[in-house]
Design a protein around this ligand. Sequence first.
Ligand SMILES: Nc1nc2c(ncn2[C@@H]2O[C@H](COP(=O)(O)OP(=O)(O)O)[C@@H](O)[C@H]2O)c(=O)[nH]1
Ligand SMILES: [Mg+2]
Length: 207
Amino acid sequence: MVFKDKYGHYRFKIVLYGPSLSGKTTMLKILYNKIRGLKKGRLRMVADQSGRTIFFDYLPLKTSGNIFFDLYTVPGQRRHKTQRRLILKGADSVVFVADSDPEALEENIYSIQELRTFLGNEWGEIPIVVALNKRDLPDALPEVMMLRVMRLDGPYPVFKTVAIEGLGVKRVFQEACRLAVLARIFPEAFRREIKILARETRRKLGL
Ligand SMILES: Nc1nc2c(ncn2[C@@H]2O[C@H](COP(=O)(O)OP(=O)(O)O)[C@@H](O)[C@H]2O)c(=O)[nH]1
Ligand SMILES: [Mg+2]
């Protein structure tokens, strides 16, 4: 939910969702370390000894002007379901980070289904940007196959990323931020936009 904080700043909430180890925390680190032209607050991470997120990561980004984007990652392990639901609450856009590793296919499907359930009626209303991550893996699953099995053939912009090298990460967040603002401030323009996105995605998938 976009809201004005006590300083009169508009704040948009962007949530990185996806299975454990798909690269969500890596993406935030890349944004924190590599992105110029944005003022950044402190990156806060709560991880266990193996580096897995146990609560959430948080990174505030300030644009010129009085707009802030608050970025959160969810902990991906199945047992942290309650936390994921809490973190997702009030999201203005969601970045779904899928893992292209063939071994992660089932976890991707579980995670996107859970996201559908959590969003309920808001599915389709809240912008979702899909990042197919780990495209550097020699056995990375084909893009079309991944989107089909996750049933992501709707109005979702899809990007291929290699988070560890920072490839594609900036574009994913530019799109997530842009769509968040559009959906909240210009809902009619957003609805027009997602129709175009849906057509593009279907064309890509050969549907
Ligand atoms: N090969 C490869 N490994 C990645 C990529 N992105 C992240 N990883 C690795 O995947 C593991 C999990 O990443 P992390 O960001 O902690 O995942 P999270 O659980 O989604 O936050 C780490 O060992 C990362 O270095 C990528 O694009 N390619
Ligand atoms: Mg993490």
